[in-house]
Ligand binder design. Structure first.
Ligand SMILES: NC(=O)c1ccc[n+]([C@@H]2O[C@H](COP(=O)([O-])OP(=O)(O)OC[C@H]3O[C@@H](n4cnc5c(N)ncnc54)[C@H](OP(=O)(O)O)[C@@H]3O)[C@@H](O)[C@H]2O)c1
Length: 332
């Protein structure tokens, strides 16, 4: 009989919305085990551990980093705390899956990558759309020339969020709030995935009374192609992506960043593709983490350290052009 693979033991820090989503999908991955959870609020940790069957509930992140039964830490805190806690976890020899954006600037991301190398542990930004089965197929098709020369990527990510708590993480610049890092990261990711680094960028933003950026339009220019991208908390949209080449077009079904399918149109004929998701779709990044850890890797080939650094560098450039500033200290 084949030997059963050892379980990969997870710990989660920051027990908010996305932590719950990931915990639900962890339960769908057979060789994953949620062992420990940690929150600033001990009671929240107790409730979360009970709901998801974790053995340990800690009232501080530090205790989870010190827990010898944890192999990999999922960092689900606010953006501006991703670097600090990821680096701390790696110092304790933990592998890390950190929510997007990995960091609030490239300097922080570089320090995280350095921590992964120094401590010889796996580190990946939880850019879950990279592992979405439809988007993986689209990337393959585009690279194989299914659309001919790629000329245009149009994508947005919008929802109405102006009724959120002005002091909360979406609308508070002191928590690195704003649409660009929260949701604009996805259209920029799609353009980067398919077209690479642009030669020039144009961007304009609108701001909320809190100082947070709430709407950003971007053009990423390559010598042979352009991307037109948009993110907004000021309105909804159909959240569809449109990828056009000289010989064909792909329309990605909404919400494109967590899609279950797309339509390829070539020579006047349309062909639908369908890839139903396992769970909410976080299962695929979890499986990638497992595969990399089992292979002794410090980074994923599908979403590498370089990819994380390139993406945050693009967001840094967009912020500079559009005047998006965070009045907070950052790792130096
Ligand atoms: N991949 C995706 O689909 C997706 C979706 C949504 C969000 N995200 C990302 O996940 C991260 C968290 O978002 P969320 O929606 O889960 O946020 P949330 O519900 O507000 O929870 C975030 C958690 O951060 C922790 N935290 C740490 N320091 C804090 C502080 N000083 N003040 C307040 N809370 C603090 C809190 O955990 P404790 O109090 O329990 O310690 C809180 O529960 C963000 O970076 C976001 O971009 C990703």
């Amino acid at each position: 009989m084949a030997e059963q693979a050892k379980q990969i033991r997870w710990g989660i820090i920051g027990l908010g919305n996305i932590a719950r989503e990931l915990a639900r999908d962890l339960a769908l991955v057979p060789d994953a085990e949620l062992v420990a959870v940690a929150s600033h609020a001990a009671e929240r940790a107790e409730d979360f551990a009970q709901e998801f069957g974790a053995n340990y509930a800690f009232g501080s992140y530090q205790e989870l980093f010190e827990c010898e039964e944890v192999d990999v830490v999922y960092v689900a805190t606010y953006h501006h705390l991703h670097a600090r806690y990821s680096i701390e976890a790696m110092k304790y020899g933990k592998h890390v899956l950190c929510e997007k954006p990995a960091a609030i600037n490239a300097t922080e991301a570089e320090a995280m990558i350095e921590a992964s190398r120094t401590n010889e542990v796996f580190f990946m930004e939880a850019l879950w759309s990279r592992f979405n089965p439809s988007l993986r197929k689209i990337k393959e098709m585009v690279d194989e020339g299914a659309l001919g020369t790629l000329r245009s990527v149009q994508a947005d990510f919008c929802f109405y969020g102006l009724d959120a708590d002005p002091k909360g993480r979406l609308l508070n610049p002191e928590l690195a709030g704003g649409s660009l890092l929260d949701i604009g990261i996805y259209p920029v990711f799609l353009s980067y995935l398919l077209l690479g680094m642009p030669e020039k960028i144009s961007a304009q933003s609108r701001f909320f009374h809190t100082g947070a950026e709430i709407q950003t339009s971007m053009i990423l220019h390559h010598p042979w192609a352009q991307s037109v991208l948009h993110s907004s908390f000021a309105h909804t949209s159909d959240n569809r992506a449109n990828i056009c080449g000289e010989e064909g077009q792909i329309i990605v079904d909404p919400f494109w960043f967590q899609t279950t399918g797309f339509t390829l149109t070539r020579e006047g004929k349309s062909q639908p593709f369908s890839f139903p998701l396992n769970g909410k779709g976080y299962t695929y990044e979890i499986e990638e983490v497992h595969q990399c850890i089992r292979g002794g890797k410090t980074e994923s080939e599908l979403w590498s350290h370089k990819d994380t650094l390139n993406l945050i560098s693009l967001l840094d450039r967009i912020r500079e052009i559009a005047g998006i500033d965070f009045p907070i200290a950052t790792l130096e």
